[in-house]
Design a protein around this ligand. Sequence first.
Ligand SMILES: *Cc1c(COP(=O)(O)O)cnc(C)c1O
Length: 385
Amino acid sequence: MKKIQMVDLKGQYADIKQEVDTSIQEIIDNTAFINGPKVHQFQKNLENYLGVKHVIPCANGTDALQIAMMGLGLEQGDEVITADFTFAATVEVIALLKLTPVLVDVDPDNFNIDIDAIKKAITPKTKAIVPVHLFGQCANMEAIMQIAKEHNLYVIEDNAQAIGANYTYQDGTKAKAGTIGHVASTSFFPSKNLGCYGDGGAIFTNDDDLAHTIRGIVNHGMYERYRHDVVGVNSRLDSIQAAVLDAKLPHLDNYNQARRDAARKYNAALKDVPQITLPKTVNNCEGICDTCDCHVFHQYTLKLENVDRDALVKYLNSHDIPCGVYYPIPLHKQKAYQDSRYNEADFTVTNQLVKQVISLPMHTELEDDQIEFITTKIKEFIANN
Ligand SMILES: *Cc1c(COP(=O)(O)O)cnc(C)c1O
């Protein structure tokens, strides 16, 4: 058996090496390092893939979120509602822009922002909602867009973990994650479902005016050379990263399929363990369904009951099985984001999840014997403790 890794980027590279190497060499030969033709080509290809009018590449997923909020013209004191159970980048940029983060609880089944909690958190100062499509499947976008419409709010999708996933509406129509809200951000961090070989990110929108504003913001607020109409930032995708991404984009659906296959095998091996709750796919689609691509398993995350989670992590690690706890601390309890207005009773799900969740190795190169070994060790631990 090959050594088990949380993410196997080497194995993935081996299959596309020639394409990637040639493409990177071309950029070095042409020296068009910033905003070269490769960046434009990747942008167009991603627009086509997603079915979105505008993709604006930028330096990373955190910048993408920040720039999306800048583009919408959100101002100091505006309240932005987001999930308590996510990576800190989401709330970090809200705070950096001197907007007011309002963290709310999540759904215990799909880990995404809870609809009733959003409704409860809306005040006259609320300007935007940031659903995070956590672990690879969309939040309940239909309900979120409805709330946004009723209260005249912007919706910014944090799509760092769900690129390529489909969202299925109640009437059966589908849209790609990140194309439903007013604007979306994504990350091309190496371990993401579409990752480059360094940092990268992008913003998506169907709004022509917003796209124009954002294209200036990413480049020092410049719409014409050396004319600065708004305060911008320096956040560009390098051509070398675009070359990697453009080589990988045609494989994205297969990569996501490989993740779903691995998830299905994990499910089959663990389904009879009463202490384990398997990941649930929701959004009008039950089970791990290939036809709809509703879940792209950025993480394969189990919920444990009556199991010492941290002892299980140690046990797996002692057998050279890496695993992760995403996320161990609710954001509302992080020192940087505490707020006296928060009430513990409003965070019962997140407070519970941080103690229960464990994410198993998940990537495009997982092999059957590895999944067999991982699940055997989990069952062994649970049976003996
Ligand atoms: C990875 C991630 C980000 C940040 O992306 P970077 O490219 O690392 O800046 C933001 N939000 C979520 C949910 C993420 O998983």
